[in-house]
Design a protein around this ligand. Structure first.
Ligand SMILES: NC(=O)c1ccc[n+]([C@@H]2O[C@H](COP(=O)([O-])OP(=O)(O)OC[C@H]3O[C@@H](n4cnc5c(N)ncnc54)[C@H](O)[C@@H]3O)[C@@H](O)[C@H]2O)c1
Length: 257
């Protein structure tokens, strides 16, 4: 049997009640970690644990809206109470919205930035403070998007607020990585292309959109959540300690051309 890559580690995965976050949490459990499955949708978090079968005994579902500083502090406190500390944080919770720039309201702008950018700030700060107190270093992994780097616009759809929130998270990753490097905490991002999750399900049901996406993916298939989880597990291992401030594109080659 292969040795487990994350035996004894404690991870918090936000938005782990669905899609990419669920796949990351399940891979972490398979690799021997204890995992806080944090989501504002508690039923989704509990479903993730049920899917983990026996290794679900190392998982804890926590209901948290990660845009709230108080709920983030409670989530981190729960992780420490149950598992004794936090080694890994994955800022995965995110939302998407399609509205052209000229029609975009202040409320929608704020909502998208609160989840996609403010929440990773709050979670990273709360977790990093605990990692520093504990003195064992750590890993912070931010799920950004190819849309932090290029504007993707199928059938003329627009998401300027999504682009700016993910672009902001890309640079936040680098800024935090620089500050936390001396404490042994690495901070990296994983930038997916289009992944088959509930987030994209509606759009991908449309054969024209599916074809439009496939035409842009040199490897010739749409990503599955496990593709994202594989990159996240790689960055989470002790062996990745010299990688910080980096981005792994998991986009099947989308951003090459
Ligand atoms: N699916 C894709 O094609 C794709 C592509 C690039 C990047 N991403 C990124 O991957 C991440 C996960 O996306 P997904 O496709 O799995 O989406 P998803 O909608 O399937 O899952 C997102 C989860 O986040 C949770 N969530 C949302 N807001 C929250 C909040 N305020 N507090 C706590 N939990 C919250 C939701 O309840 C849900 O369980 C997002 O950051 C997204 O931007 C997805």
């Amino acid at each position: 049997m292969n040795e487990m890559k994350l035996a004894g580690k404690v991870a918090i995965v936000t938005g782990a009640g669905s899609g990419n976050g669920r796949a990351i949490a399940l891979r972490y459990l398979q690799e021997g970690a204890s995992v806080v499955i944090a989501d504002m949708n508690l039923a989704g978090a509990e479903e993730t644990i049920a899917l983990a079968k026996e290794s679900g005994s190392r998982a804890l579902a926590v209901k948290a809206d990660v845009t709230s500083e108080a709920e983030v502090e409670q989530m981190v406190a729960e992780a420490i109470r149950h598992f004794g500390g936090v080694d890994i944080l994955v800022n995965n919770a995110g939302i998407v919205a399609f509205t052209p720039f000229l029609d975009l309201s202040e409320a929608e702008w704020d909502k998208v930035h609160n989840v996609n950018l403010k929440a990773p700030f709050l979670c990273s700060q709360a977790v990093a403070r605990e990692m520093i107190k504990r003195g064992q270093g750590g890993r912070i992994i931010n799920i950004t998007s190819v849309e932090a780097h290029v504007v993707v616009s199928s059938s003329g759809s627009c998401q300027p607020h999504y682009n700016s929130s993910k672009g902001g998270l890309h640079m936040l990753t680098k800024a935090i990585a620089l500050e936390l490097a001396p404490m042994g905490i690495t901070v990296n991002s994983v930038a997916p292309g289009v992944v088959e999750t509930p987030f994209t399900a509606q759009g991908l049901k449309n054969p024209d959109i599916r074809k439009w996406v496939l035409d842009r993916v040199p490897v010739g298939r749409i990503a599955q959540p496990d593709d994202i989880a594989n990159a996240v597990v790689f960055l989470s291992q002790d062996e990745s300690e010299y990688i910080t401030g980096s981005t792994i594109f998991v986009d099947g080659g989308w951003t090459i051309a």
